[in-house]
Write a protein that binds this ligand. Structure first.
Ligand code: NI
Length: 169
């Protein structure tokens, strides 16, 4: 089932998510819905807080559904290693219509549980490393807009407030 994606300004997106205590059928259903919602959007990553659930889960597929092997699910993920930097334009399904360059690690190794409850470790570079950091940020209540500074950040936040006031957000 496709779930509605919350937008910047919704409280749950701006607070840290809690660890998953047990992988119940409800959690597995949530993951299935997150995958469906990510593909439908379409997006390359989605974190549970974006569908209103304050738990440390994200899904990612940098192939956008073209390669089943690229679909990743992480429950209670942690960074194992990060190094290097890359700076590319970034967007977010919770901040539709806005893009900005964000500096991220060029390599990131993440470990966590999969949908089946088994631990897996994935080493990522390039776009996937960026995606990992973006989704991990979501689990800490941080959106890419929060990583911007000065005028650039003010401009986006002001436009979002304006859209919000007009009932268009
Ligand atoms: Ni996002």
């Amino acid at each position: 089932m496709i779930r509605p994606i919350l937008r910047h300004g919704d409280d749950i997106l701006h607070q840290p998510a809690a660890p998953v205590q047990e992988i119940t059928p409800e959690i597995q259903l949530l993951i299935d819905d997150m995958i469906e919602t990510m593909y439908a959007a379409p997006g390359i990553g989605l974190a549970a807080p974006q569908v209103g659930v304050g738990l440390r889960i994200f899904v990612a597929d940098v192939s956008g559904g073209h390669d089943p092997a690229d679909l990743l699910t992480f429950i209670n993920p942690e960074f194992v290693e990060r190094d290097g930097t890359q700076r590319e334009d970034e967007g977010c399904l919770s901040v539709p219509g806005f893009n900005a360059a964000v500096t991220r690690s060029s390599r990131a190794v993440v470990k966590g549980l999969g949908r089946d409850g088994r631990e897996h470790v994935v080493e990522a570079t390039g776009l996937l490393a960026r995606c990992f950091e973006h989704e991990m940020d979501h689990l800490d209540g941080t959106l890419f807009v929060d990583r911007l500074h000065g005028l650039q950040k003010d401009l986006i936040v002001r436009k979002i407030r304006k859209l919000s006031r007009a009932g268009k957000w």
